[in-house]
Design a protein around this ligand. Structure first.
Ligand code: SER
Length: 891
């Protein structure tokens, strides 16, 4: 039965039972808490929760869905697809459990001639929530199911929610027994491959919140009515009714898979790894088609990232299938032809859809080859060095320069038995984001539409009261949501607030914005950010913590005192470091940029080379002496001309008003044009601890420092570290350098000795192993399990040594495996020239072995290496290699 027919029967069945047929909503979820439409019920959430009155009490739909949580399972199982269609019937306070069960039973058991799906009654099993006696009773009453085919399961399996606060409820799932050849008996609780779930009946009756996991959430209370939400996997039913093995072989997917196979010249069904790749391609190309159809375009974030990942994964899978040409122009039209009967807009929109997809493939192809080489090199290096993870900066470079989504790098690494230093990768990403944010902020609002701000500013600039006070009585002049004026906002919303006057410092001159709260009659706003998007107008970005704020209300604006003290220390600290740099290095070391927030400062300055340790200490000393001198800090307004005369430092590229503010410390020692907030006396800065110095482009350096209590904390941490080391090495702290130096020399000597011993031991072992060679189909075969703790590169040299000793007279295969120090198994296979001539390839043998070890690997024909996770399978893996030699030789 074709998928389109299964779909039609579903809708007919429910329409005939009084349900309104509702068209599929977009894949871009109408519910703002979800990225995608993940289930048929998503468009109906407001009706289920009672927020809106449903226009009908019964509805039915076939909804397009995307779920990418199990993307790595795609192709490996029979049933994981990123795009799928969900048939559903919904009751909003109308029928409940009995109705849902009897409609479902009727449709799945009715014969084909009567418009049903014709599943044999004896093949049907169901599960119910563990204490749902009512549902269990109904399955007996309505369907006559015997007790043993009604199984009970807990929250994890039989309670459904979207993963976000909203509606939820216990559910009952319907399974079809595919037969003994697909797994053990005992129902879905034993085997979910043999017993395939096709339909989930959810008894939506509760409002939940605080969702931490599938089985960890809080029930707030009952929904206004008891509802039904069911979801039947259209692809799953299709693969059962079409008599194929999995969802990738149904009529809507198989043609794309076949096209991938044809392009690669490989046969589907001949090799498991290739089959998985073809299924990935078919699944991902279809999902990409549907996503672009609904308006998603590739990007590095959110929905666009998911699309990018799907497209790039399929391009790479085709590459692994040996296809180097562009493939999307070949595959996408096939996927479209499969889907256009159900979604005719795909045809009329295909020009747009295909140009988006083709451009993405082109972009990836430009960097794929170089990126892959960089990856391979880094992976080889990591393995040779005995590392288990690829460095974070490689992953970052692959992402940033070569467009490899991090998940792709993670997968490629896993195929090589490696992890990725994700922590470091994320740190580099954050740094990059901060840079981008700073750039954006430096450009202020850039090209954004500022008309709403300008209208508010027409009532005059916002007076800033924050030099004199931290708390100010004020009034809400306007509220903006996504750049549009709104009359009010309520709890949980994030929006922009403009006040008549404010004590909040807007980010500028390198100083981060103030934190604090704005309160009024029954409401409280947390200030997240403060900016001046147009000249003179101060805009607070806030989250409504409580109540409802309305334009025109009186408010009390209050800057967090602790925060401001820290901000003043950090900003004055920045001026001090600047003056200290110029005192030590000379007046040309002029500041070119800065950033400071409580506890931290960063300053970029014009300088051509790295500062030595000596110079850094000197700068630090001069800065802290200036703190200790307790210079008075003053701020004076004067004409720009006058400020120049007294030598106040202005930042290059900044424009200043005619009347400027000059901040001075110790008279001429530090005199800068500055609008920031400062301490009154330099001693209030407390402490300045330089923590780093680096390059930020040609002719520009950056120093970073901790300030005030953070400076102290940093030093305290280092002191603890020193005393830990001293305890560990049993010396006085000042003897540490000498002791460590001695230790390093000893370790180096010991390593040399060890390497010598190892190599003679391995030499002896290699000779012994070479003598143990056995004949396997005319090939001299050596297989060996090394003792635990042997590193992968030792396995490699052993394999090469043994191969060398066996000469080149006749075919030789050497396979050695062992668990490294981490307990993870590795395997190395080496094949000599005559062996390769006989058709035995090291890469292919390693792949077989690594699969048995639960991992992956590969390499050249002469020597290859792989790894896995399960060391208990080493013996099996070596046996597999032996069998594969037989297969390769006998062909
Ligand atoms: N919402 C449920 C599911 O997605 C039933 O439609 O499984």
């Amino acid at each position: 039965m074709e998928t389109a027919e299964i779909r039609r029967r579903f809708l007919d069945h429910f329409e005939g039972n009084g349900h309104s047929v509702v068209p599929s909503a977009s894949l871009i979820s109408p519910d703002p808490s979800l990225l995608f439409t993940v289930a048929g019920m998503v468009p109906f959430i407001p009706y289920l929760t009672g927020q809106q009155t449903p226009p009908w009490q019964r509805a039915t739909s076939v909804q397009k869905c995307i779920r990418t949580g199990d993307i790595e399972e795609v192709g490996k199982t029979t049933r994981h697809g990123t795009f799928f269609q969900m048939n559903g019937n919904f009751s909003f306070g109308d029928y409940f459990k009995e109705g849902a069960i009897s409609y479902a039973w009727d449709l799945i058991t009715k014969s084909h001639d009567d418009g049903g799906y014709g599943f044999g009654e004896d093949k049907i099993w169901v599960t119910v929530y563990h204490d749902d006696d009512e549902a269990a009773q109904l399955w007996k009453k309505v369907a006559g199911l015997p007790d043993e085919r009604i199984q009970r399961r807990g929250l994890l399996d039989n309670y459904w929610h979207t993963g976000q606060p909203g509606p939820g409820g216990p559910c009952s799932e319907i399974y079809i027994d595919r037969g003994a050849e697909h797994g053990p008996d005992g129902g879905p609780v034993v085997d979910e491959d043999r017993f395939l779930e096709i339909w989930n009946l959810v008894f939506m009756q509760e409002q939940i919140t605080d969702v931490k996991a599938k089985d960890d959430f809080t029930v707030v209370g009952d929904l206004p009515s008891k509802n039904i939400d069911t979801g039947m996997g259209l692809e799953r039913v299709a693969y059962l009714l079409q008599g194929v093995d999995n969802m990738y072989e149904i009529d809507q997917v198989r043609p794309t898979l076949q096209r991938a196979a044809d392009l690669s010249g490989r046969r589907y069904g001949a090799d498991h790894t290739d089959d998985v790749r073809m299924r990935v391609v078919a699944d991902h190309v279809r999902s990409s088609l549907m996503l672009i159809g609904d308006g998603v375009t590739p990007s590095n974030e959110g929905r666009g990232y998911v699309l990018r990942r799907l497209l790039r994964r399929s391009v790479r899978a085709m590459r692994l299938l040996g296809v180097e040409d562009t493939t999307i122009p070949e595959l996408l039209p096939v996927a479209k032809d499969c889907m256009k009967a159900a979604y005719p807009e795909l045809e009329s929109d295909f020009d747009r859809i295909s140009s988006v997809a083709f451009a993405e493939e082109e972009a990836f192809r430009r960097t794929l080859v170089t990126g892959t080489q960089i990856f391979d090199l880094a992976a080889d290096e990591a393995k040779r060095a005995g590392e288990f993870a690829l460095p974070g900066d490689t992953a970052f470079k692959l992402h940033d320069t070569y467009g490899f989504p991090i998940d792709l790098t993670l997968e490629m690494a896993a195929e090589q038995g490696l992890k990725v230093d994700e922590g470091h990768f994320r740190r580099l990403m954050t740094e990059q984001r901060e840079r981008a944010r700073a750039d954006a902020k430096a450009k202020k609002t850039g090209g954004a539409d500022t008309s709403a701000y300008r209208q508010l500013r027409d009532a005059g600039p916002t007076p800033f009261t924050g030099y004199e006070e931290l708390e100010t009585e004020s009034r809400v002049r306007g509220l903006l949501l996504d750049g549009m004026a709104v009359p009010g906002a309520s709890e949980g919303e994030t929006l922009e607030v403009v006040l008549d006057r404010t004590p909040f410092y807007a980010e500028s001159g390198g100083q981060d914005s103030d934190a604090g709260v704005i309160t009024g009659d029954g409401f409280e706003l947390e200030v997240l950010d403060v900016q001046r998007p147009v000249k003179g107008l101060i805009v607070h970005q806030v989250r409504v913590l409580k109540g409802e704020v309305i334009s025109g209300q009186d408010v009390h604006a209050k800057v967090d005192r602790e925060w401001r003290v820290g901000a003043c220390q950090a900003h004055s600290g920045t001026h001090i470091v600047h003056a200290a740099l110029r005192q030590v290095l000379g007046p040309q070391a002029l500041q070119s940029g800065s950033y400071n927030k409580p506890g931290y400062l960063r300053l970029d300055f014009a300088w051509g080379q790295a500062l030595g340790a000596q110079t850094r200490s000197e700068v630090e000393e001069v800065a802290n002496l200036a703190v200790r001198r307790d210079h008075a800090v003053s701020a004076t307004y004067m004409p720009l001309e006058r400020a120049r005369e007294v030598g106040a430092l202005a930042l290059f590229g900044e424009t200043y008003d005619e009347e400027v503010r000059v901040v001075e410390m110790g008279g001429a020692w530090s005199r800068e044009l500055c609008g920031g907030t400062h301490v009154a006396h330099s001693s209030q800065v407390g402490l300045i601890t330089l923590t780093g110095e680096s390059s930020v482009g040609a002719g520009s350096r950056r120093v970073e420092a901790f300030v005030g209590i953070e400076g102290f904390r940093h030093l305290a941490k280092e002191r603890t570290l020193v005393s830990q080391l001293a305890d560990l090495l049993k010396v006085q702290p000042d003897q540490l350098p000498e002791r460590v130096e001695r230790l390093v020399a000893q370790v180096r000597d010991a390593e040399k000795e060890l390497a010598k011993a190892r190599s003679s031991e391995l030499g002896a072992q290699a000779a012994e192993l070479a003598a143990s060679a056995r004949d396997v189909y005319g090939v001299s075969f050596v297989s060996h399990t090394a003792p635990d703790g042997t590193a992968a590169d030792e396995l490699r040299s052993l394999a090469l040594d043994v191969r060398g000793r066996l000469g080149a007279e006749r075919p030789v295969v050497v396979a050695v495996a062992g668990a490294g120090e981490s307990g993870r198994p590795s395997v190395v296979v080496a094949v000599n020239e005559p062996g390769r001539e006989w058709g035995v390839k090291a890469g292919a043998l390693v792949r077989v072995a690594a699969q048995t070890l639960g991992g992956g690997g590969g390499g050249k024909d002469d020597v290859a290496q792989g790894g896995g996770t399960d060391a208990s399978k080493i013996g099996d893996a070596l046996t597999q290699v032996e069998h594969s030699i037989g297969q390769a030789v006998t062909g």
